[in-house]
Design a binder for this molecule. Structure first.
Ligand code: NAD
Length: 302
């Protein structure tokens, strides 16, 4: 099975370097016309230079591919809209959106300024919201769309010093969960990619021996599988060092205790039973929780 993107148009944000550049090059090499977006700033989100996006677009064209550059900040909805308009003028459709742009403002929560929290939320979460909003009606009208949110193990599982980043990255999972439901009838498939890779984001955090194994190019095949014709939807795919896993948000079977004066004490006493993973499910939507709870209450009532 060969995953090709001939005739498809892709937007990759934050594609002036790191993972985004490799995603953009791979999509173009497999036939996609690519909008290479990047603000071209520093790792903490300051500054900006269109050179980063232009250089990668040029690299794609030099290899015989199709690309245009955009230096729009994903935090600026008007600029994002202009980027999508440019793609529509050039190629008349947008099939794939890879929300990859990101920054870091790491500090323990005790020392973190609210401004650093807001900016990280703004780039990762609102940046993805802006780009998705700008392509959503296009994808609905086409009855075709593939969207990937770049999440992180720091959001899924936590990491010291990254309360802002983790919150933003987990918010993207919630965004994906509902969009995958709303997009289904128009064949818009929405997934999350959780990478680990040696890039400027991680070069000072990990030892050289680990960075060598975490070659960034090893993540991109995971991205390609999430945006292909036969892509899944609502998956959280973890990718690093050539290994791939899935993360799930699950619901345990839990217990029914009713509502009495000592319910809080019963919950505390039976917390292990509530937590038991026997019969745990991955719900298809939020309705699963109330369905499960009402079912148990009805059975308890006889
Ligand atoms: P990177 O710093 O090389 O790439 C991020 C890119 O986003 C940069 O080129 C930057 O200029 C661009 N960018 C930042 N703010 C922008 C804005 N407002 N508008 C447009 N572009 C903007 O780092 P990377 O490791 O390649 O990160 C790519 C994505 O993967 C990020 O979302 C990051 O959070 C995520 N991620 C990376 C790792 C890892 O191990 N490298 C792990 C988990 C998640």
């Amino acid at each position: 099975m060969s995953i090709r993107f001939d005739g498809r148009v892709a937007i990759v944000t934050g594609a002036g370097g790191g993972l985004g550049r490799l995603h953009a090059l791979a999509l173009a090499a497999r036939g996609a016309a690519v909008v290479v977006n990047d603000l071209g700033g520093t790792i903490d989100g300051t500054g900006g230079a269109p050179i980063a996006a232009h250089a990668v677009a040029e690299e794609i064209r030099a290899a015989g591919g199709k690309a245009i550059a955009s230096a729009a900040s994903v935090t600026d909805f008007a600029a994002v809209q202009s980027m999508v308009d440019a793609a529509m003028r050039e190629w008349g459709r947008v099939d794939i959106l890879v929300n990859n742009a990101g920054i870091l403002r790491d500090k323990s929560f005790a020392k973190m300024e609210l401004a650093d929290f807001r900016l990280v939320m703004d780039v990762h979460l609102m940046g993805a919201v802006h780009c998705t909003k700008a392509v959503w009606e296009i994808m609905r009208a086409q009855n075709y769309g593939r969207i990937v949110m770049t999440t992180s193990s720091s959001g899924l599982f936590g990491n010291f010093g990254q309360a802002n980043y983790g919150a933003a990255k987990m918010a993207l999972v919630g965004f994906m969960q509902t969009l995958s439901i709303e997009g289904a009838k128009n064949d818009i498939r929405v997934n999350c990619l959780s990478p680990t890779a040696a890039t400027r984001m991680t070069e000072k955090l990990l030892p050289e021996s680990m960075l060598r194994l975490l070659e960034a190019g090893a993540v991109t095949p995971g991205l390609l599988a999430l945006v292909g014709e036969d892509a899944p939807t609502r998956a959280i795919l973890c990718a690093g060092a050539g290994s791939f896993e899935r993360a799930h948000v699950t619901l345990t079977q839990g217990i029914h205790v009713g509502h009495d004066d000592d319910t809080a004490e019963q919950i505390a006493a039976r917390f292990d039973e509530i937590s038991s993973r026997d019969g745990e499910t991955v719900p298809e939507s939020g309705a699963a929780q109330s369905t499960l709870e009402i079912g148990k209450a009805m059975r308890a009532a006889g």
